[in-house]
Design a protein around this ligand. Structure first.
Ligand code: NDP
Ligand code: GDR
Length: 363
């Protein structure tokens, strides 16, 4: 029998990779997208099927995590075997500017979805995956971080995700729901949003190499992250919902790099050797060949409270799910830089000579 999945946040990075994975496995996939004044389905356009096709397996519904009636209706109509709750205001720095909205979408949105399953009596039909995050660990209390490391959120985003994490655990214990938390460490890809640091850097390095941008402005270069590839991580989401019992799993590579390492690697992939000098807000990255300053620190990108180091221990996922990260940091950055070089070349080809290069927009 064909399985049915519902993905909230289907238009995001993970939603796109997960929809592709589930379609390849033969699922009927329902996705929730937000109404927007401009197109917001670019990441899944290659999966789109004309509504007039009879055997359509990707079906999009308008919806929003802040609208309980909408979520109840969609869950009632689709009666999914699996729900993947990926929708969120997912930018940590933006959450300091929109804390109430972030809590509404990320924390209460998760509760609304759980209530929809419970109110409709689908506890025994529907399994649920919650996009939890390594940001829960926040202020470093020891590394590597595992399922038993205490949480200490350091942003409105992380505090909202902490509520979501615990309400998933509570509904599992209180009502017997098959609901699992994936505590995913940072994962990236060519589909990553342009304002997250990896994509900002790979796009910036590509734009500078093509002569479309002079300089890249960044925040804290000392932050360290455990960066993996989104394509690998969505497999772990699916695996969690195939287990007999629900649970909470760290998904990570077990390797860390600083933002500075990331910048160095991305520029090298674009053909530029960078040399760093100075410290803190005065640090700069120079082109070792020409001496030109290409990277500068801009304190505007510093966060009110920073998460200095995230490094995951994925042992439980390895033993119980048989999951392991496959893509190395180096291969992933190479893939992202090459993809951005191609995209910018295309954009350059499409621009009229009088137009300002798109790449200089500050993100
Ligand atoms: P993205 O920001 O790329 O995608 C977020 C998705 O949520 C988009 O489809 C967005 O829609 C949608 N969305 C945002 N707000 C709402 C709302 N109010 N109602 C309905 N949909 C909404 O995130 P990722 O794909 O990177 O991440 C997926 C999930 O995993 C998120 O919950 C994130 O917090 C979490 N996570 C991500 C990690 C990572 O490293 N990528 C690590 C750990 C957790 P639109 O396209 O219209 O903006
Ligand atoms: P993060 O990702 O906050 O870990 O959240 P992000 O890429 O935004 O930042 C990672 C680290 O890089 C530092 N940094 C910068 N960050 C951005 N965005 N822009 C800059 O210019 C810059 N310069 C330095 C940051 O300070 C930070 O330390 C992501 C999101 O996907 C969350 O949804 C998810 O939960 C976590 O990863 C795990």
């Amino acid at each position: 029998m064909t399985k049915t999945a519902l993905i909230t946040g289907v238009t995001g990075q993970d939603g796109a990779y997960l929809a592709e994975l589930l379609l390849a496995k033969g699922y009927e996939v329902h996705g929730i997208k937000r109404r927007s004044s401009s197109f917001n389905t670019g990441r899944i356009d290659h999966l789109y099927q004309d509504p007039h096709e009879t055997d359509r397996r990707l079906i999009l519904h308008y919806g929003d995590m802040t609208d309980a009636t909408n979520l109840i209706r969609i869950v009632q109509e689709t009666k999914p075997n699996e729900i993947y709750n990926l929708a969120a205001q997912s930018h940590v720095q933006v959450s300091f500017e929109t804390p109430e909205y972030t809590a509404n979408a990320d924390a209460l949105g998760t509760l609304r979805l759980l209530e929809a399953v419970k109110l409709l009596g689908l506890q025994d039909v529907t399994r649920l995956y919650q996009a939890s995050t390594s940001e829960l660990y926040g202020k470093v209390q020891g590394v590597p971080q595992s399922e038993t490391t205490p949480f200490y959120p350091r942003s409105p985003y992380a505090a909202a995700k902490l509520y979501a994490y615990w309400i998933i655990v509570n509904y599992r214990e209180a009502y017997g729901l098959h609901a699992s938390n994936g505590i995913l460490f940072n994962h990236e890809s060519p589909l990553r949003g342009e304002t997250f640091v990896t994509r900002k850097v790979t796009r910036g390095a590509a734009a500078i190499a093509l002569g479309l941008q002079d300089r890249l402005y960044l925040g804290n270069l000392d932050a360290e992250r455990d960066w993996g590839h989104a394509r690998d991580y969505v497999e772990a989401m699916w695996l969690m919902l195939q287990q007999d019992k629900p649970g909470d799993y760290v998904i990570a590579t077990g390797r860390k790099h600083s933002v500075r390492d990331l910048v160095t690697r991305a520029f090298a992939e674009a053909g530029i050797t960078l040399a760093f000098e100075g410290h803190g807000a005065a640090e700069k990255g120079r082109d070792a060949a020409s001496g030109r300053i290409l990277v500068e620190v801009d304190p505007r990108y510093f966060r009110p409270t920073e998460v200095d180091l995230l490094l995951g221990d994925p042992s439980k996922a390895r033993w119980e799910l048989g999951w392991e990260a496959r893509t190395s940091f180096e291969d992933m950055i190479a893939e992202m830089v090459q993809s951005d070089l191609r995209l910018l070349e295309q954009e350059r080809g499409l621009r009229r000579p009088s137009e300002e290069p798109a790449a200089v927009r500050a993100v």
